[in-house]
Design a protein around this ligand. Structure first.
Ligand SMILES: *[C@@H]1O[C@H](CO)[C@@H](O)[C@H](O)[C@H]1NC(C)=O
Ligand SMILES: *[C@@H]1O[C@H](CO)[C@@H](O)[C@H](O)[C@H]1NC(C)=O
Ligand SMILES: *[C@@H]1O[C@H](CO)[C@@H](O)[C@H](O)[C@H]1NC(C)=O
Ligand SMILES: *[C@@H]1O[C@H](CO)[C@@H](O)[C@H](O)[C@H]1NC(C)=O
Ligand SMILES: *[C@@H]1O[C@H](CO)[C@@H](O)[C@H](O)[C@H]1NC(C)=O
Ligand SMILES: *[C@@H]1O[C@H](CO)[C@@H](O)[C@H](O)[C@H]1NC(C)=O
Ligand SMILES: *[C@@H]1O[C@H](CO)[C@@H](O)[C@H](O)[C@H]1NC(C)=O
Ligand SMILES: *[C@@H]1O[C@H](CO)[C@@H](O)[C@H](O)[C@H]1NC(C)=O
Ligand SMILES: *[C@@H]1O[C@H](CO)[C@@H](O)[C@H](O)[C@H]1NC(C)=O
Length: 462
């Protein structure tokens, strides 16, 4: 007699397990749970309005209410593909390292709008291949803690790899500066905004830039975030003014493109640290702002095309903060900067979902995809959007209610995952029918088509 029967229970695509959606009270966003795995991850509600580009969705949902955060990969049908460790994760980004696909992400201690931690680089087996750190002690960092308990002082905002095997990150140091231009004391306290380029394999610093060491070119008066506003700091030692709040850095040729959120500014830096040009989102800086090109409190600024005459940049323009309210609709902005003549900034593109506008107050990302598509992550508004080349919305993907779930950034990227772990299996015997159902999932596997579970018979009394 057959006491239990093992049979092909299900076909698992993309490594995602069997998900049941359980609503945990009124305000809690439903989580996906699995019979085969203890993983609990936010349900991703994907609706499509058109053709999207290829690839998986990479983001790091943080459940603010239930207190958990993970680097994660999802497929477009809302299935979880990979869940990393439960930890405070920022700046997760799929990229190429040493010619191979890799994922970078920050983990560490966060607070006050910045953090102190490290960048982990994993390969497509989900094993850590490099830990990039910036020793707080060795590099003489002053943090908000006394005595200094932290090992590594890399900030949350960036983890950008270059073709040269280096990593670009931001960092925050607490120091003193003259705040009289913004109505503060001459010996006020500030969060200095720093940029580092670090060689991944040797952890050696190749480039360092400090905003506070360039006050002649980057004066504190550029800041739009007022002294004493929530998150910007009051300028005393325990509440330093975060006037620069650097939130993206990328390298083009030898130069560095830097975004300062609280200065509403974009800077191009030369290798010697001098400012080649400055674009201010309210006043123009070195440029003249044409109609519709104003921006502020922006995120994720990148150069998408450049000639000697014209540089085109993209950004996530939230133009809102925790202290200004949510007045302005969040858009993806493409600006053409004329490098010669009248140095006019003209509007080259703007994407936003007019039917369901987003008004986000912190975080966000803008990714240029193939065929002119754009992917935006909206930070504190837990929503990912894709637009086509005409600016029409083609995908909305929500993973939480506003301000209860967040992901600093989001990306779409092609990916083949070959986990170094084994699949997770659970078998449930039904007392009523004597049938056994087998549940299988494999964290991070992308090319599973089906599972073949052989049927074994056991004879009573053997
Ligand atoms: C997913 O979002 C759509 C569009 O907002 C909504 O109509 C639908 O009810 C949502 N699905 C679930 C299961 O929440
Ligand atoms: C995730 O980690 C946080 C902080 O350590 C902890 O409070 C929480 O219970 C963890 N959540 C899960 C689901 O493991
Ligand atoms: C980051 O995560 C690693 C485990 O991957 C852990 O060992 C390390 O302590 C974490 N770093 C910080 C700064 O939290
Ligand atoms: C990175 O740090 C984690 C946690 O400390 C460790 O498990 C892992 O082996 C490290 N990776 C490398 C490549 O050293
Ligand atoms: C941080 O600021 C202190 C005080 O001004 C200074 O001594 C130290 O060198 C700075 N550290 C870094 C990493 O810039
Ligand atoms: C610093 O500023 C914060 C916020 O305004 C305030 O709570 C704190 O008491 C101030 N500390 C000192 C030493 O003045
Ligand atoms: C990459 O490294 C090479 C050799 O060290 C150097 O000449 C080149 O300038 C680097 N490129 C960038 C973009 O840093
Ligand atoms: C720094 O580099 C810029 C751009 O190449 C150059 O114009 C400037 O003179 C340099 N400054 C110094 C102090 O060397
Ligand atoms: C700036 O120059 C461009 C190209 O020469 C021209 O099209 C534009 O009208 C000028 N704008 C202003 C404000 O002068």
């Amino acid at each position: 007699m057959i006491q239990s029967r093992y049979a092909l229970a299900m076909v698992v695509l993309l490594g995602g397990g069997l998900g049941t959606i359980g609503v945990d009270g009124q305000v809690l966003w439903p989580l996906q749970t699995y019979k085969s795995s203890p993983a609990t991850m936010p349900f991703l509600n994907v609706t499509k309005q058109g053709q999207t580009e290829q690839g998986f969705l990479f983001f790091s949902p943080v459940d603010i209410i239930r207190g958990a955060g993970y680097p994660a990969i999802y497929s477009d049908d809302g299935q979880l593909v990979w869940q990393g460790q439960n930890q405070t994760t920022f700046a997760m980004q799929p990229q190429i390292f040493d010619g191979e696909p890799a994922v970078t992400y920050w983990n560490g201690t966060v607070g006050f709008g910045f953090g102190f931690g490290q960048i982990t680089i994993i390969d497509n087996t989900y094993q850590s291949i490099y830990n990039v750190t910036l020793s707080c002690k060795e590099h003489n960092f002053v943090t908000v803690f006394d005595p200094e308990p932290l090992a590594s002082c890399i900030d949350v905002h960036e983890s950008q790899l270059t073709d040269n095997g280096t990593l670009l990150v931001t960092a925050v140091n607490i120091t003193q500066a003259d705040l009289s231009s913004v109505g503060g004391p001459v010996d006020g306290w500030v969060q200095d905004g720093l940029v580092y380029e670090i060689d991944v394999k040797t952890n050696k610093v190749l480039f360092r830039w400090s905003a506070a060491e360039h006050l002649a070119e980057v004066p504190i008066s550029y800041a739009i975030a007022p002294l004493g506003s929530e998150g910007a700091g009051s300028g005393n030692k325990t509440d330093p003014y975060g006037y620069a709040h650097l939130n993206s850095i990328a390298k083009y040729g030898e130069n560095y493109l830097l975004s300062s959120r609280f200065m509403c500014s974009v800077f191009l830096l030369a290798p010697n640290g001098s400012v080649i040009w400055h674009l201010h989102g309210r006043t123009g800086g070195d440029f003249h702002l044409d109609l519709g090109t104003s921006f502020c409190y922006q995120h994720d600024v990148r150069i998408i095309a450049a000639t000697p005459e014209r540089v085109t940049i993209s950004m996530h323009n939230n133009d809102n903060t925790e202290f200004t309210g949510a007045t302005y609709v969040t858009t993806g902005l493409i600006l053409d900067l004329a490098m010669q003549g009248n140095k006019t900034v003209s509007l080259a593109g703007r994407v936003w979902d007019a039917a369901e506008p987003v008004y986000v107050q912190s975080q966000g990302s803008y990714q240029s995809l193939s065929n002119g598509h754009v992917l935006m992550g909206h930070g504190a508004v837990p929503k990912i959007e894709e637009f086509d080349a005409n600016g029409a919305i083609v995908m909305r993907a929500r993973f939480g209610y506003d301000n209860t779930m967040q992901s600093y950034r989001a990306y779409r990227y092609p990916w083949v995952g070959h986990p170094s772990t084994v699949p997770d299996v659970a078998a449930c015997l039904s007392a009523a029918t004597g049938d056994t159902t087998v549940y299988i999932s494999w964290n991070g596997a992308t090319d599973v088509v089906s599972w073949n579970v052989p049927v074994r018979r056991r004879i009573d009394g053997r």
